[in-house]
Design a protein around this ligand. Structure first.
Ligand SMILES: Cc1ncc(COP(=O)(O)O)c(C=O)c1O
Length: 374
């Protein structure tokens, strides 16, 4: 493809930092680079603790363990999300309960959360789609009334804010992704943000195979042992070294993406006025991070045609998600709260356009091709 959908961006310092990790001779997790990345995340988000993981999926799994989910417990989430949001819950034997999304932001419809609560509900998992914040004030108020844990799926949301607060810093727990399709990357990678300090000690233990090894390294215990359930959720230093090269440039990476996003938005305004497409909606109190630019086409046939025509012009565009409630595992392990008409509708109509650092020199061509093919 002349214009791929995604092209991982390298800042240029990744190999230099990896060579330093190599020279340091500390290759397992939680060395100097992991500490720098954690401190940066804590500084940027205000999280009580930021723990690097090897993916957002891993961070969500840790969140599900920390929320003490067990068989039959229920967790409210959108169906319009990546599989990891639901899998983390199902792996504990608990049941994802899907609610519909808002037609504007495509985020969980906060007005539906309370009516989905049952005596088995334990947690809510808002997903900040395209790095645009869910209505966290409403969600946190419902959670407080019903004593529920809020785990933000902030996979796409690093550097974005809701009413001036960083996404990932509002729920009790949050998970970020540094997968190569995200803004700040390490190939595979992620982090768990612990905002409610009561989860901090257990989070460290779960991440270190259920042992108190982190306390041992800090000299707080004289030997370490198996104290809880857990797994190996920490990345090695090579990954953290790569990630540090990206974090150092996170502001510049985001600014460049915002410029690309704004250009798309400006050039598709006319097509929206003539109702050929609908553009993304960002509420005034949300600052997004330009993780994604998408268009909503009139119907599935129009979307299929657009993707095919752009492919013929060597421009790669993609769609997602197959709503989880209609996927085979979703039907087996989860349930929906009522009908999900908005989810079913937009899942058929959404197309994502190329958006990556370095696209600027090809963007005019992409825009011209897209507009000519509506
Ligand atoms: C909403 C959402 N949740 C979770 C994930 C999983 O992230 P990772 O690949 O880091 O496990 C993604 C990745 O695309 C995502 O978009």
């Amino acid at each position: 493809m002349k214009v791929p959908f995604n092209k991982p961006y390298m800042t240029g310092k990744e190999l230099w930092y990896i060579s330093q990790a190599h020279a340091n001779g500390h290759l397992a997790g939680d060395g100097a680079f992991s500490k720098r990345c954690s401190a940066w995340l804590q500084g940027r988000t205000g999280a009580h603790k930021a723990l690097l993981t090897h993916s957002c999926t891993a961070g969500l799994e840790m969140g599900a363990i920390l929320a003490d989910l067990g068989p039959g417990d229920e967790v409210i989430m959108p169906s319009y999300t990546f599989v990891s949001t639901a899998n983390a819950v199902v792996l504990r034997g608990a049941v994802p309960v899907f609610i519909d999304v808002r037609p504007d932001t495509l985020n969980m419809d906060e007005k539906l959360v309370e009516s989905a609560i049952t005596p088995r509900t334990r947690a809510i998992m808002p997903v900040h789609y395209a790095g645009v914040g869910c209505e966290m004030d409403v969600i946190m108020a419902v959670a407080a009334r019903h004593n529920l844990v809020v785990i933000e799926d902030a996979a796409q949301a690093l550097m974005a804010t809701y009413k001036g607060r960083p996404l990932g810093s509002i729920g009790h727990l949050a998970a970020l992704s540094f997968h190569e399709t995200k803004n700040v990357i390490s190939g595979e990678g992620g982090a768990l943000l612990v905002n409610d300090s009561k989860f901090a000690d257990r989070a460290e233990v779960i991440r270190e195979k259920g042992t108190n090894r982190s306390q041992f390294f800090r000299g707080q215990v004289d030997k370490y042992t198996w104290v809880d359930i857990g797994s190996s959720y920490l990345p090695g230093e090579i990954i953290a070294a790569f990630l540090w090269a990206q974090m150092e440039e996170a502001d510049r990476i985001t600014a460049e993406r915002i410029a690309l996003w704004n250009t798309y938005h400006q050039f598709f305004a006319d097509a929206e006025r003539t109702e050929k497409i609908r553009r993304p909606v960002v509420p005034a109190h949300c600052v997004h991070n330009a993780h994604m630019y998408y268009l909503l086409l009139p119907d599935l046939a129009a979307r299929t045609l657009l993707i095919e025509r752009l492919k013929a012009a060597n421009i790669q565009t993609v769609f997602h998600y197959i709503p989880l409630h209609s996927a085979p595992a979703g039907r087996k392990y989860a349930r929906s709260h009522g009908e999900l008409p908005v989810t079913d509708d937009i899942a058929d109509r959404l197309v994502r356009l190329p958006l990556w650092n370095g696209l600027a020199e090809r963007q005019a061509e992409v825009i011209q091709q897209v507009i000519s093919k509506f």
